[in-house]
Write a protein that binds this ligand. Structure first.
Ligand SMILES: CC(=O)SCCNC(=O)CCNC(=O)[C@H](O)C(C)(C)COP(=O)(O)OP(=O)(O)OC[C@H]1O[C@@H](n2cnc3c(N)ncnc32)[C@H](O)[C@@H]1OP(=O)(O)O
Ligand SMILES: CC(C)C(=O)C(=O)O
Length: 508
């Protein structure tokens, strides 16, 4: 039978120790209910002695959440254990998690206790916890920097005292995967009573090795992993739940273990935790980051369009995400662009598609990401385009609150290059006057409007103008990330139409 690894979620305890997070009982309960849906085996709901608020949160979770074991943390002291027991009273499946540090550094400087005193406190704590609940977890804090002889003695005595779970923490994220595997294996071999308890690990991410260390421990035979959603936790955080679970899933061929997590709830859980804690998820975060299922490069997009597994080792659906995304940007290719146009309902003939793709690439050089609205704007702009008799080759404008706006333009009118300059009440007015002079068209601007077609600082601006020429109104549109350029394009577009109306336009 395949071994099962239990997922002990400590988002609400160690996760809450993330600098800047303080959750109230209602928020903790909401997260706990989502963790229940995620189907974690254990929810460490808090540290009841820490505050009345945390006591109440653990109690509320113990009252309302059914299914997972509900754990409360306690130092190896009577008052902590009594408080934890009190908070956990309503739980269907309570667990008291008691701990004491075992490393020379912690014992000498923090606890000011000898090995024997720590051993005695640990045994007394486990026994006291056991007097309240059947399920007692014992952790030797800073195990990875502890003396192995002492550690074996400590775990052995904790199990004899009634611990049902012994947890091996890499409290300060110091161990390397090989060292941590050696530690776990040594304890498995040398603690005589170890088969009477579940063996757990709790890894921190100070050197970015929390997930790797936890997974190494799985290979050594541990049956519980402690982790937190989005990798939250003290300092650099804990092993990220979603990374561990998806590694076990995706590489089941390698780890060969079962777990109970409903992976389709991962994305929702991650979002909820991020929203409630206010800790944003970095875009390149494994599994749940915004880019985890996004492809930008043309070669990758082409591969994914042909067969998703070319560049996706797990499906977005498996974590509860509707779909992957092909992000259109400067690295994208024709395949992805054409596919997006199709999704947006545009079926363009090849020559128009080529033109639109060219404009898309020009825009992508200026913008980080080209959105659907940008693409629609490009296609629609192209659809209404008449052959251009007037092409603005370049323009320049200078303005200031204490200076007269001056503009110059160079225009190609049916192959003839004309340069002109003008002043105006503002940069747009100056440019429009220069354009009128260069094109020798006597028209009047009757309406000017500008709007942002897309969001962000690098959004496309769309300028629409109405121009009166001999009593007739001509509409012009311009689109650019530069609103001055969009204004020039819009006016040139309207003037171009006046020429076509007069029969002066020329097919380009
Ligand atoms: C590795 C971990 O993540 S462990 C969990 C860490 N989490 C937290 O500390 C969050 C909640 N903590 C708190 O609210 C507070 O620290 C409390 C309520 C637990 C204790 O507060 P205070 O009584 O004011 O003590 P303070 O936090 O300043 O110092 C810790 C005390 O606990 C002792 N202690 C630390 N760990 C343990 C332990 N496992 N068993 C027994 N005593 C311990 C320390 O030696 C120190 O004792 P001292 O007051 O006699 O010097
Ligand atoms: C309480 C223990 C498990 C802990 O949080 C740690 O050692 O990091």
């Amino acid at each position: 039978m395949t071994r099962k690894v239990e997922i002990f979620d400590t988002t609400l305890r160690d996760g809450e120790q993330t600098p800047g997070i303080s959750l109230n009982a209602k928020e903790k309960l909401e997260i706990a209910k989502q963790l229940e849906k995620l189907s974690v085996d254990v929810i460490e709901a808090g540290f009841p002695i820490a505050s009345n608020g945390d006591f109440n949160a653990v109690k509320a979770i113990a009252e309302e959440v059914r299914g997972p074991i509900i754990a409360g943390l306690a130092r190896a002291t009577s008052k902590d254990i009594d408080r934890a027991a009190e908070a956990l009273k309503p739980a269907e499946r309570p667990r008291i998690h008691t701990f004491i540090a075992s490393s020379p550094i912690h014992m000498k400087y923090k606890l000011k206790m000898t090995e024997d005193e720590v051993l005695e406190a640990a045994v007394a704590a486990v026994k006291r916890a056991k007097s309240y609940v059947e399920d007692v977890e014992f952790s030797a804090e800073d195990a990875s920097r502890s003396d192995i002889e002492f550690l074996c003695r400590l775990y052995s005595e904790a199990i004899k005292a009634g611990a049902t779970v012994i947890n091996i923490p890499d409290t300060v994220g110091y161990a390397t995967p090989r060292e941590f595997a050696n530690l776990v294996t040594t304890l498995m071999e040398r603690v005589p009573e170890i088969d009477k308890a579940k063996v757990s690990v709790h890894c921190h991410d100070d050197l970015g090795m929390a997930v790797a260390n936890s997974l190494e421990a799985v290979l050594c035979g541990v049956t519980q992993i402690e982790c937190a959603v989005n990798g939250l936790g003290e300092r650099a955080g804990n092993a990220a739940l979603e990374e561990i679970v998806m590694a076990l899933n995706t590489r089941k061929d390698f780890y060969k273990v079962e777990h109970s997590i409903n992976t389709r709830q991962i994305y929702r859980t991650s979002k909820l935790v991020s929203t409630i804690t206010g800790i944003a998820i970095q875009p390149n975060k494994a599994v749940v980051g915004a880019n985890a299922f996004a492809h930008e490069a043309g070669i990758h997009q082409h591969g994914v369009l042909a067969e998703k597994s070319t560049y996706e080792i797990m499906t977005p659906e498996s974590i509860g995400l509707a779909t992957n995304t092909l992000v259109l940007g400067k690295h994208s290719g024709r395949h992805a662009f054409a596919e997006r146009l199709k999704e947006l309902g545009y079926e363009l003939p090849q020559d128009e598609l080529d033109k639109a793709f060219e404009r898309f690439k020009e825009l992508a050089d200026k913008k980080k990401e080209v959105t659907d609205l940008d693409i629609e704007a490009i296609v629609e702009d192209q659809a209404v385009k008449l052959p251009q008799s007037i092409e603005v080759e370049c323009f320049q404008v200078s303005t200031g609150n204490k200076a007269m706006a001056t503009a110059s333009v160079r225009v190609n009118i049916n192959g003839e290059i004309v340069e002109e300059a003008a002043t105006g009440s503002g940069p747009i007015d100056a440019l429009y006057r220069a354009l009128e002079r260069a094109c020798n068209i006597d028209c009047k601007l009757v309406d000017y409007s500008i709007k942002s077609v897309t969001g962000g600082k690098d959004a496309l601006g769309e300028v629409t103008v109405k121009v009166d020429k001999d009593g007739k109104i001509f509409l012009g549109r311009g689109l650019s990330t530069d609103i001055i350029e969009a204004s020039v394009m819009a006016y040139a577009n309207a003037m171009n139409k006046t020429l076509w109306n007069n029969g002066n336009g020329k097919s380009s």
